[in-house]
Ligand binder design. Structure first.
Ligand code: ZN
Length: 254
């Protein structure tokens, strides 16, 4: 997203600066503060206040999708994106979203997904935000060099990553931007092997395979997150029989 700044910025006081967001977003007045700057640059991970969100253009401006911006495309190269015959830049969208942490603060979030599910995903993330459903982190996996184990240990929530299903040559639904992982540390993947051992991903998520326990960021069968994804045409990995993937939602329609 290119930002054109109008005029000379006087100081960090009560003055408002007018910015014009090129493309789909209207001109808005934004408080000139460090956090306001984070919003304008959409510095994912930063926290913002309700007042700053309002000044930026409200929730409509904070839950939106756009073609992959140049700066994001550059970030993805050799990490979440690799040359391949299945999916290209035009098939993908960059999503901006807000999310609540357990600390009660609003964070800027980002995801890359298939353009065919962008509207559904924005609806889901916005509804979760409006109901204060806690999501700890929502950064592109590129921040973690697209290493799945590392981003899951960080409890990241994400969508697109061009990769195979762990332990197989089959392309993951994440490779087409059609699967979303939410709060991945506390909602791990596991499979019980024939020899009686259990494979868990991330490996630090072992304590959270026991779903009879209560803990933060736990996704449960009838919670808002599962209900919304199912309503929007996704299946939940928590319903799988031969293995469990509690963080995973994948779109059935494509
Ligand atoms: Zn997944």
């Amino acid at each position: 997203m290119k930002i054109k700044r109008l005029g000379v910025m006087p100081s960090f006081c009560v003055l408002l600066a007018v910015f014009c967001l090129c493309g789909a977003y209207p001109c808005v007045a934004v408080p000139l503060s460090p956090d306001g700057e984070a919003l304008i640059r959409w510095q994912a991970g930063a926290t913002v206040t309700a007042e700053e969100v309002d000044a930026f253009g409200g929730l409509d401006a904070c839950f939106a999708s756009e073609p992959i911006p140049d700066v994001v495309w550059t970030r993805m190269q050799g990490k979440t994106y690799k040359d391949n015959p299945h999916i290209g830049r035009k098939d993908l969208r960059y999503i901006r979203a807000l999310h609540w942490d357990y600390d009660g603060k609003t964070h800027l979030g980002e995801m890359v997904c298939n353009q065919q599910i962008a509207a559904r995903l924005i609806y889901i993330l916005r509804t979760l935000y409006e109901h204060r459903y806690p999501i700890q982190r929502m950064l592109l996996p590129d921040v973690y060099n697209a290493d799945d184990e590392t981003q899951m240990r960080a409890n990241n929530s994400s969508c697109f990553c061009y990769r195979a299903v762990a332990g197989s040559a089959k392309l993951s639904k994440h490779a087409r931007g059609l699967a979303v992982d939410i709060n991945s540390l506390y909602n791990p993947y596991y499979k019980d092997r024939k020899d009686g051992t259990r494979y868990v991903q991330p490996s630090t998520g072992k304590p959270y395979c026991d779903r009879t326990k209560d803990f933060c960021y736990k996704i449960t069968r009838n919670d808002l997150c599962v209900r919304l994804f199912i309503e929007q045409g996704f299946t939940w990995g928590g319903d799988w029989r031969t293995c469990k993937d509690y963080q995973h939602f994948e779109f059935k329609g494509l």
